[in-house]
Write a protein that binds this ligand. Structure first.
Ligand code: ZN
Length: 127
């Protein structure tokens, strides 16, 4: 797999732990190591109802347990969408006119639909 699980950016080569995505800026094996209680605090403002809407799988999980990567990626992706899908290191990658339309296409490559993500993304707290 060479596509970023979070934003769909094509790394063009295989990536692994410690690699950082130029597009969404996520560091694998670091940003995606999240405990349920961190997600509650940083993404849901300690609102368990919100957490349930975004990740019903976590209802019965212990607060201090690390969540599965795909769930962590979901929250990181939603935050990225909430921020307007910015391209973090566009200069390095010589990306000149990155638009939300490009982000939408890129998300499609990993089977995510921007318009479906957006209402959930808007529930993510700021900060
Ligand atoms: Zn990415």
């Amino acid at each position: 797999m060479t596509l970023c699980y979070i934003c769909g950016w094509n790394f063009k080569e295989y990536y692994s732990g410690g690699d950082i995505c130029s597009c969404c800026g996520s560091e694998y094996d670091f940003d995606d190591c999240l405990e349920k209680k961190e997600i509650l605090e940083k993404y849901c403002g300690n609102d368990r109802e919100k957490l349930h809407i975004m990740a019903p799988e976590l209802d019965d999980a212990k607060d201090e347990k690390n969540v599965a990567c795909d769930i962590a990626w979901r929250f990181i992706r939603l935050k990225w969408v909430k921020k307007g899908c910015p391209f973090k290191w566009a200069k390095e990658e010589k990306i000149e006119h990155w638009t939300i339309e490009d982000a939408k296409k890129q998300l499609k490559t990993i089977r995510y639909d921007y318009d479906t993500l957006l209402p959930l993304a808007n529930k993510i707290i700021n900060g």
